[in-house]
Ligand binder design. Structure first.
Ligand SMILES: [Mg+2]
Ligand SMILES: [Zn+2]
Length: 192
């Protein structure tokens, strides 16, 4: 009899990562090619460190440039493939990537601040969302996390400093606000 039938595996926790502004530089006119993807220098070592943990590591990203007709889904997929290769080559790991390709007017269920991407990942990867984290640089990231029972962390990279000024007026004053992905990963690893 397999040993895991004696001790059922505890659902895994996850660290959800927003992409633009957390892993790589945000662009106000969208990252529309691999050439425009500028990974923050501190990202790769931080993700290599996070990869040593038991957390599932999942990117959740709004890519409305697809729905707006500014870039093809294929180009975004190529850019993400390149990003994941860079992360893996540096000793990191991304277990899954979920993206919303829709424009704001599409009224989809997956565009953050809606929780669709997180809930889909939680179901498909059998995650314990209440023990999971989301690291983002926008109020909409934090709202998606809260709506799905995930603990949010705001980082000061990308649009994060601007977002930090809105925390109180959005009723999010007690959210953890940390300078960057390095500090956010340390915070996660130091917590249960
Ligand atoms: Mg972002
Ligand atoms: Zn969507």
């Amino acid at each position: 009899m397999p040993t895991d039938s004696i001790a059922p595996r505890r659902p895994r926790s996850a660290v959800f990562l927003d992409r633009d502004g957390v892993i790589n530089e945000n662009r106000s006119d969208y990252v529309r090619s691999t050439e425009q993807l500028h990974i923050f220098p501190a990202t790769l070592p931080a993700l290599a460190r996070l990869a040593q943990s038991e957390h599932a590591i999942v990117i959740v990203t709004n890519q409305s440039a697809i729905g707006r007709g500014l870039v093809s889904a294929e180009t975004v997929a190529q850019t993400n493939h390149y990003l994941l290769e860079r992360i893996h080559a540096a000793g990191g790991r991304i277990d899954a990537l979920y993206l919303c390709p829709h424009a704001p007017d599409d009224a989809c269920e997956c565009r953050k601040p809606r929780p669709g991407l997180l809930l889909q990942a939680g179901s498909e990867l059998q995650l314990d969302l209440t023990r999971s984290w989301l690291i983002g640089d926008a109020i909409s990231d934090l709202q998606a996390a809260i709506a799905s029972g995930v603990r949010p962390i705001l980082v000061g990279t990308g649009r994060g400093k601007e977002a930090s000024l809105q925390l109180a007026s959005e009723g999010l004053a007690n959210i953890s606000f940390l300078p960057d992905l390095v500090e956010a990963v340390e915070h996660v690893l130091a917590s249960a």
